[in-house]
Design a protein. Sequence first.
Length: 87
Amino acid sequence: MNIVAEISMYPLTSDYIPPIDHFLEQLNAEPSVEVKTNRMSTQLFGDHDTVMDLLKRTTRDSRERLGGVAFVCKLLPGAERTINGYE
């Protein structure tokens, strides 16, 4: 089963760009997950277990490295790649 996940990361530090860049590098390192980033969030598309494992690893790593970080995530399990013509 596939899933679409949308995640936004908010490092609780004034120097927030490097942690976000590191997080995005980790997400993009998973070849079996499609990653699309825009100014507000990042969308992940792929196998449910693979996407959830990736989120688990990367959010844990960010929390351990930064201490203070907030994530906002939306999940659409069972989603097709396009919904009503929208990607």
